[in-house]
Write a protein of this length. Structure first.
Length: 186
């Protein structure tokens, strides 16, 4: 059985960047909105480079473009939240991924947190900045998790090949197909 056909390693290093973007886009990620509070109000951005780092102590990491205003705002604030988006929330991902004056207009935030937490997030992690590391054109922000929660029974918004999508549940699809075929036979 033959495996997938991989392209040969390019001879010209300038070809690696475009190939890297295409190859890394095949790594499915979740989508989150990273938020913090500044003296001027809430700030936020969309991120897919979020990962669990440690269970003891509880830590996660977020990779943020070093030149983005939200990066400096998080460092200055000392706190941030990771708001995990769910299926059908592409509009929030797109809103926070674009430069606009008020990304939070019409977005409901939880009243029980000084750090902005989106009411519609399927999970959230409120963190203190535990440290930062350089990562090329990004800053790796280590978050010490102060509190977190999730909404049971929800599915995440995912990002694959530069497109938003959702998880596929084969059992649910099989049930739906059976129900459809059964209903069609009646």
């Amino acid at each position: 059985m033959d495996g997938p056909k991989l392209l040969p390693v390019p001879a010209d290093p300038a070809d690696v960047g475009p190939r890297f973007r295409q190859a890394i886009s095949r790594f499915t990620t979740g989508v989150a909105v990273i938020t913090t509070r500044t003296a001027d109000g809430p700030a936020g951005m969309t991120a897919s480079a979020v990962a669990s780092l440690s269970m003891d102590p509880l830590q996660l990491l977020v990779c943020i473009g070093s030149t983005l205003p939200t990066c400096q705002a998080i460092i200055e604030s000392g706190h941030f939240a990771v708001n995990v988006l769910g299926e059908g929330q592409q509009h929030l991902a797109t809103r926070f991924a674009t430069r606009r004056r008020d990304k939070f207009a019409g977005v409901t935030l939880r009243a029980d947190s000084d750090t902005p937490v989106l009411v519609d997030a399927i999970a959230h992690f409120v963190c203190a900045v535990g440290g930062t590391l350089p990562g090329g054109d990004h800053t790796i922000v280590v978050g010490s998790v102060l509190t977190c929660d999730h909404v049971p029974g929800t599915n995440p918004l995912v990002y694959f090949a530069s497109s938003f999508g959702s998880l596929c549940d084969p059992a649910a699809h099989a049930r739906d197909a059976f129900d459809w075929q059964f209903a069609s036979a009646m």
